[in-house]
Design a protein around this ligand. Structure first.
Ligand code: NAD
Ligand code: UDP
Length: 315
């Protein structure tokens, strides 16, 4: 198995899962937003190989399956070098599809709910084509992922590559980077440090948060399903406003922090919630971890990180 982006948040949990069920894993990562800390516990495992590699360059290996996750995912990271984000999603995906075609491997793409942009349909079904600004600050990622999906479909139709497309909705949990910039890691770190929680806009925008173990289970079920290429939404349909999320994290951390309101970034989607009817029916999958239970585990992880108990902090 090849996991691109395997030293990132989701990729490292996927490496753990695949090794646990008996696979050999090659983890490919340029460590742009990932960290060796996320896979350090695997480095002595004879069935695990880490390769520091940028997927913009071709990669050759004899493998039977590719989980293609390499791409910055947090707005802060993907907007840091937007041209590089597009190259990763376009050239990187072409390289991985070329590899899949050569070695006849199945390839699973980690796409995103961001392909729906600022959705006009709610909740979002896979048949919705989205509402994406092609020239905005988020488009390097949103359009990059849309092109990744197009490439997957064209390699499938033209070259019969065995593909799978997963649209991941906001996912959280241990191993998110402290400086990741996404809302749950920001709020938890701020609350634990006794700093103000930075709500962007008026906080009425919504998201639906999926705990990492639920997502990994869904990804692997999709990868192993036959006769279904997707796209499939994977996410937790429990929707919450950002200000409610801030209140919940303050309560769970018993923090004295307050909420401050900061400007809303441009093109920030107003609402997002997955329709997971297809995942339920075809994959027999649905999330089982409540937001409260997932947040407790995430808070515990960041607490350890901030106290320096679990490896070096990366902020
Ligand atoms: P992450 O930033 O923790 O992981 C991404 C990994 O890809 C990092 O380890 C990074 O170093 C690596 N990477 C980036 N560019 C690369 C390149 N050119 N070559 C090699 N490696 C490269 O983010 P994540 O949350 O784990 O996201 C993983 C995947 O899931 C991404 O494709 C992302 O778009 C998708 N996704 C995540 C979420 C979420 O909520 N976490 C939601 C939707 C989609
Ligand atoms: N957000 C926020 N404060 C933060 C970080 C994010 O209010 O410190 C908001 C952000 O504007 C968005 C939501 O939280 O409305 C989710 O942001 P995130 O970056 O986690 O993911 P995405 O916007 O890609 O869904």
């Amino acid at each position: 198995m090849l996991v691109t982006g395997g030293a990132g948040f989701i990729g490292s949990h996927l490496c753990d899962y695949l090794l646990n069920i008996g696979h050999d894993v090659i983890c490919l990562d340029n460590l742009f937003s990932g960290s060796k800390d996320n896979v350090r516990h695997l480095l002595g495992n004879p069935y695990f190989e880490f390769s520091r590699h940028d997927i913009i360059q071709p990669f050759f290996a004899e493998i039977d399956q590719i989980y293609h996750l390499a791409s910055p995912a947090s707005p802060v990271h993907y907007q840091h070098n937007p041209i590089k984000t597009i190259k990763t999603n376009v050239m990187g995906t072409i390289n991985m599809l070329g590899l899949a075609r050569r070695v006849k491997a199945r390839i699973v793409l980690a796409s995103t709910s961001e392909v729906y942009g600022n959705p006009r349909m709610h909740p979002q079904t896979e048949s919705y084509w989205g509402n994406v600004n092609p020239i905005g600050l988020r488009s390097c990622y949103e359009e990059g992922k849309r092109v990744s999906e197009t490439l997957m479909m064209d390699y499938h139709r033209q070259n019969h590559v065995d593909i799978k497309i997963i649209r991941i909705f906001n996912t959280y949990g241990p191993r998110m980077a402290i400086n990741d910039g996404r809302v749950i890691s920001n709020f938890v770190v701020q609350a634990l440090n006794g700093e103000d929680l930075t709500v962007y806009g008026d906080g009425t925008q919504t998201r639906s948060f999926c705990y990492i173990s639920d997502l990994i289970e869904g990804i692997v079920r999709m990868a192993e399903a036959d006769d279904f290429i997707g796209p499939v939404n994977l996410g937790n349909p429990a929707e919450i406003t950002i200000v409610e999320l801030a209140d919940k994290i303050i309560a769970l951390t018993k923090s004295r922090s307050h909420i401050v309101f900061e400007p809303l970034p441009s093109d920030d989607p107003e609402q997002r919630c997955p329709d997971i009817t297809i995942a339920k029916k075809v994959l027999k999958w649905e999330p089982t971890v409540s937001l409260e239970a997932g947040l407790k585990k995430t808070i515990q992880y960041f607490g350890q990180r901030l106290r320096g108990k679990n490896g070096r902090a990366r902020s």
